[in-house]
Design a binder for this molecule. Structure first.
Ligand code: FPP
Length: 225
């Protein structure tokens, strides 16, 4: 039976969730942050799951209104600070991916601090994709190895990426059926699950059901049965 060792999630639908409730969009992000915590804790208690990669802020998200971007930055910083204790209690290692150079000094310091303080944890790895875009990740990786004397191999490129781990199960909430520049290299053989549930309404029960369905799939990786 398949094991969902690496789960990746495109957390979409925060804004619509808030609008449906006549609230400001940022309230949806706040509610989304609470779901990040719940889903991460659930995954840390599931021995099959080694890695959870969450799309928290894309290279394209800077195009949003300035106040929404600022809110997301503050929310992220608060989340990381508030969660440090839980990361350690649940033995979760925090590993960001993305180009962190774009963030404020204070946020970068917080990110680095959480990374250092959880470096010894050997349970679930929670990876937040921050200022992340797969095309940008691949370009940065290629630039870092372009002066190699030998031809670039799959393994070399893979090792130069921010995320060096192939994805088993990729979930997108919020009803759209696209990858939005998320883990394009790592998801080459991922099983894709799309749900109409808006991220703030996503539950551990729904995740459990998706994992159950994932386990039944016959994965052939391009080969035969
Ligand atoms: C999409 O909702 C979601 C994001 C822009 C990023 C995800 C952010 C969170 C889950 C909040 C906080 C995260 C952490 C780690 C504290 P959307 O605004 O695109 O929704 P819409 O498609 O309904 O407009």
């Amino acid at each position: 039976m398949n094991r969902a060792r690496h789960i990746a999630i495109i957390m979409d639908g925060n804004g619509r969730w808030a609008e449906l409730k006549d609230k400001k969009r940022v309230k949806g992000h706040e509610a989304g942050g609470r779901v990040v915590k719940e889903i991460t804790t659930y995954c840390s208690n599931n021995k099959d799951i080694e890695r959870l990669t969450l799309y928290a802020f894309s290279t394209e998200n800077w195009k949003r209104p300035r106040l929404e971007v600022e809110f997301l930055m503050k929310l992220l910083e608060k989340y990381l600070k508030d969660e440090l204790e839980n990361y350690i209690k649940n033995n979760i290692r925090f590993e960001p991916i993305g180009d962190l150079r774009a963030f404020s000094k204070s946020l970068r310091k917080t990110i680095q601090n959480i990374q250092e303080k959880t470096a010894h944890c050997d349970g679930l790895v929670q990876s937040l994709a921050l200022n992340y875009g797969a095309q940008d990740e691949i370009l940065r990786a290629l630039n870092s190895i372009k002066n190699s004397e030998k031809d670039i191999t799959e393994a070399m490129l893979s090792n130069a990426l921010d995320c060096k781990h192939s994805v088993d199960l990729l979930i997108r909430t919020g009803g759209d059926h696209r990858l939005s520049n998320f883990l394009l290299w790592q998801a080459a053989y991922a099983e894709l699950f799309f749900t109409d549930t808006l991220w703030p309404d996503f539950t551990t029960n729904e995740l459990e059901k998706i994992i159950k369905d994932f386990k039944k799939i016959e994965r052939r990786f391009g080969g035969l049965k």
